[in-house]
Design a protein around this ligand. Structure first.
Ligand code: NDP
Ligand SMILES: O=C1O[C@H](COP(=O)(O)O)[C@@H](O)[C@H](O)[C@H]1O
Length: 495
């Protein structure tokens, strides 16, 4: 973080009574305040329909911070006292006049200078309406800057994303729009570029001459919980692949940017998305697998399958697991498969990237007939943060055998630090006007183009959906996807 800057702003949270605000936004803002990363000249205005008072919101904020953050809560009262609540229905134009009056008053009280972040922590169908009323009712008409933070999902497909984009672009310029993807705020996702571009040992090997395949897994232990209503219209493809997984693919595959500026980095990421080989509808089955979790056992306890979850149709064909093979048609990556995998109710909560290097051209070592193990670079995104390099060394006591050596760096173990939470970092970036770790419209557009072909093929597919046991790493079909290329998933749950 740029520790020297202490941005000052009013932060308006649409959806202040909701889950995201409670679990992520309030704790992240508190951390920023406690660490002195944001100015004390700030105010938060929460919006919801519930008839809460300022005091009710402050109590909720206090409770959420105590629940989510362990340890000292110094400065909590000062922090909470700068929260204000306005009950309104975002579809009612008149209420924006009252909101404007409140924002203007707070602006003078805290000497904020007109800076405003409008955070849309609500269902996406409201985003366009809110943006247009903010503009028409002159809430963006200030002497400072105004920025709009938009939660995912950004649309449901390319067409709806375009409509939404047109609506918000009528009110905000592209450089005022911050499309949040919280994976881009994760410490080790941000570290991908540094690992690649700051190490002379990796970049020369980072291509199809030396890399056999790349595997990205983001597995969760949780099921859909109480988000069945949302998830039924989304599924794992739209919920995770269209955004978080494709973003990680772009960071792994992009060419070095000319400079570390937002524009240069985005431009390289966009080139990767443009080079993705489109999936032809009839061929989706060859490179994408979907499945749904069935019942299973977790920590000795039986858990129910997806079809028994709240707000899920009893005959739902919504996928809770996706595995896919992506090909990038450019000089660097021709012929190198990027395998991705994500799912709910899997064996482990883990996000890891495995880069598998090609074998030596000739094997000098006997190993009873086996080749030495593959060299792997593993980037541990979460829950542990770090990286490991799997090499081969001499097997002790032998002359011609090798054994695997794991050089492991754990950010937690060595530094003993607690890295900032993704939302904390991204909120701060937004307040200082750094959009590097937010998605540009061109990235959203290209990723939907890629995803739409897959979802359309699945919608027309009458075959039954494969199932996987809760607590497993997915269905057999996902294993087969790699086996037919002569690879296998590395067991990230054990790495
Ligand atoms: N929760 C999560 O972990 C994540 C959420 N997201 C995204 O964040 C957004 C919010 O999600 P989440 O917090 O879970 O949703 P919730 O359903 O928990 O909250 C929805 C919020 O919207 C408010 N609201 C709904 N309708 C209106 C209205 N007409 N006028 C004013 N306020 C209204 C509700 O307030 P009230 O009931 O008081 O009207 C509530 O505060 C979604 O886009 C979601 O996809 C993204 C990643 C993770
Ligand atoms: O965006 C989302 O991400 C979470 C997983 O995030 P993580 O930081 O815990 O890996 C996922 O559970 C949720 O369904 C999805 O909307």
């Amino acid at each position: 973080m740029h520790k020297n800057e202490q941005p000052k702003s009013i932060i308006v949270i649409f959806g202040a009574t909701g889950d995201l605000a409670k679990r992520k936004l309030y704790p992240s803002l508190f951390h920023l305040f406690q660490k002195g990363h944001i100015s004390e000249q700030f105010a938060v205005v929460g919006i919801g329909r519930r008839e809460w008072s300022d005091e009710t919101l402050r109590t909720q904020v206090r409770d959420s911070i105590k629940n989510e953050i362990e340890g000292e809560h110094t400065k909590l009262e000062e922090f909470c006292n700068q929260f204000y609540y306005k009950a309104l229905n975002v579809t009612s134009k008149q209420s924006y006049t009252e909101l404007k009056t409140l924002l203007d008053q707070l602006d003078s009280r805290y000497h904020i200078g007109g800076n405003r972040v409008f955070y849309m922590a609500m269902a996406p169908e409201f985003f366009g309406t809110i943006a247009s009323y903010l503009k028409s009712e002159q809430l963006t008409d200030t002497e400072g800057w105004t920025r709009l933070v938009i939660e995912k999902p950004f649309g449901h497909d390319l067409e709806s994303a375009e409509t939404l984009n047109t609506e918000i672009r009528e009110a905000f310029r592209e450089d005022e729009i911050y499309r949040i993807d919280h994976y881009l705020g994760k410490e080790m996702v941000q570290n991908i570029q540094v690992i690649r571009f700051a190490n002379a040992v990796f970049e020369p090997l980072w291509n199809n001459q030396h890399i056999a395949n790349v595997q990205i897994t983001s597995s969760e232990r949780l099921g859909v919980e109480d988000r069945g209503g949302y998830y039924e219209n989304s599924g794992a493809l739209r919920d995770m692949v269209q955004n978080h997984l494709l973003q990680m693919v772009t960071l792994l595959a992009m060419d070095p940017p000319l400079r570390l500026t937002t524009e240069e980095i985005r431009s390289e990421k966009i080139k990767v998305l443009r080079a993705l080989r489109p999936i032809v509808e009839q061929k989706v089955k060859d490179s994408f697998v979907r499945a749904q979790y069935g019942q299973g056992v977790y920590d000795g306890e039986k858990v129910q399958g997806y079809l028994k979850e709240k707000n899920v149709a009893p005959d739902s064909k919504t996928e809770t697991f996706v595995a896919g093979k992506l090909l990038i048609d450019n000089y660097r990556w021709a012929g190198v498969p990027f395998y991705i995998r994500t799912g709910k109710r899997m064996a482990a909560k883990s996000t890891k990237i495995v880069i598998e290097f090609k074998p030596q051209p000739h094997n000098l070592y006997l190993n009873n007939g086996d080749d030495p193990g593959a060299n792997l670079l593993v980037i541990h995104i979460q829950p542990d943060e770090g990286m490991s390099l799997m090499l081969n060394g001499k097997k002790i006591g032998t002359t011609g055998d090798t054994s695997s050596v794991n050089l492991h760096y754990s950010q937690h173990g060595i530094d003993g630090i607690n890295t900032p939470e993704a939302y904390e970092r991204l909120l701060f970036d937004c307040m200082i006007g750094d959009a590097t770790n937010f998605a540009h419209w061109d990235e959203v557009n290209l990723s939907w183009t890629y995803i739409d072909a897959i979802s359309e093929a699945w919608e027309g597919d009458k075959d039954s959906l494969p199932s996987y046991s809760s607590g497993s790493m997915g269905p057999k079909e996902a294993e087969d996807l790699l086996l037919k290329d002569g690879f296998h998933w590395w067991p990230i749950e054990k790495m």
